[in-house]
Design a binder for this molecule. Structure first.
Ligand SMILES: NC(=O)c1ccc[n+]([C@@H]2O[C@H](COP(=O)([O-])OP(=O)(O)OC[C@H]3O[C@@H](n4cnc5c(N)ncnc54)[C@H](O)[C@@H]3O)[C@@H](O)[C@H]2O)c1
Length: 320
């Protein structure tokens, strides 16, 4: 991607993705969050930290049943105790899963389907940016395994459960970073050229948007959305992009601001009626801040590329 495009992207980000960008957009937000979600269940990956934790807290406060899918037991239990304590909601459950371990994700999702009669909302939030090329037990590159394959396997496996649940929704936390990458289906494992973790992450986030469009077409009963939380002050940013974190300082959004659109997509009645599914049929839409106020539409990709990605995901899975 050209330097010019990256510069435009960054300038746009300074305007829209920061705390100030959020505050400016928030003036017009129609929250529509005066809802009780007691009895509805929400699965959130990476729910012990950052945006995922703020989302889990907000949903627990509304009375929803929260399934926290986390990698580290101690951190997950600490977060759960805090969420239960602050929200007063005890319907908060921890599941230990490493989203980068493809087979374990599939085993977890299969077991969940057998144990629970319904799942109303799946929030694919866990994500990583690994700067050195590493592989998982199935020899899949770590960023791809976590950000794309883990999301794909979890969602795809849970779709039958979501389909038989009331008002089912799937929300995937992508990133505005995907705007600097076109979909490349010929090197999903980042094996050619020099390995650039930031660009691999951006490519994965692009893949999440493409997958969402594909799912929305295939499963119209489920409301699929994919969004960008803005630039948010979280451990992921401070550890994976320390210079950016330092440079942005208090211009970064709070975790609650970052979670705002996810919570709206998960809870509000308006979220499911705002976008006719035909939007997703013809365009790839990435949503920032709040769907109503500021969505960005990206150029459509050809169907052959979608099919190619799905085919490659299946193919990669079958070979491991
Ligand atoms: N913070 C930002 O500015 C920003 C911008 C755009 C997109 N995002 C996206 O937001 C999402 C949440 O990130 P965050 O900023 O809150 O960071 P964070 O580090 O606070 O949270 C990331 C969560 O994902 C979990 N996770 C990572 N790898 C995992 C794995 N293999 N298995 C299970 N869990 C795993 C972490 O344990 C953590 O709970 C990510 O998908 C990220 O890409 C963040």
């Amino acid at each position: 991607m050209s330097l010019y495009r990256n510069a435009i992207w960054f300038l746009n980000g300074i305007h829209h993705y920061t705390r100030k960008g959020y505050e400016a957009a928030a003036k017009d937000f129609d929250k529509d969050l005066d809802v009780s979600v007691v009895g509805r269940s929400f699965m959130i990956t990476g729910a012990n930290s950052g945006i995922g934790r703020a989302t889990a807290m907000a949903i627990a406060k509304k009375g929803g049943t929260v399934h926290m899918v986390c990698r580290n037991k101690d951190k997950a239990e600490e977060a759960r105790a805090d969420i239960v304590n602050v929200s007063g909601n005890t319907e908060v459950y921890v599941h230990i899963v490493d989203m980068s371990e493809t087979r374990k994700v599939w085993e977890f999702a299969e077991a969940f389907k057998k144990q629970y009669p319904s799942l109303n909302v799946l929030i694919n939030n866990a994500g990583c940016m690994v700067h050195k090329r590493e592989v998982n037990a199935e020899r899949l590159e770590k960023n791809f395994a976590t950000n794309t394959m883990g999301v794909y396997v979890l969602t795809q496996t849970l779709i039958p459960l979501l389909q038989k649940s009331r008002d089912p929704r799937v929300i995937t936390v992508s990133s505005g970073g995907m705007l600097v990458q076109k979909l490349r289906v010929n090197d999903l494992q980042s094996e050619t050229g020099c390995f650039d973790g930031v660009m691999v992450y951006a490519q994965n986030k692009r893949q999440q948007v493409v997958l969402t469009q594909q799912w929305a077409k295939a499963y119209p009963v489920i409301h699929f959305s994919v969004m960008h939380p803005g630039w948010v002050d979280t451990p992921a940013v401070s550890t994976s992009m320390p210079q950016f974190h330092q440079m942005m300082g208090d211009r970064l959004r709070s975790v609650e601001q970052g979670a705002d659109t996810i919570v709206w997509l998960a809870l509000s009645r308006a979220a499911v009626s705002h976008f006719p599914s035909s939007w997703l049929h013809s365009d790839i839409t990435i949503l920032s801040h709040n769907l109503t106020q500021s969505s960005q539409t990206l150029p459509p990709l050809s169907l052959s590329k979608f099919q190619c990605l799905i085919y490659l995901l299946h193919h990669t899975l079958l070979n491991h």
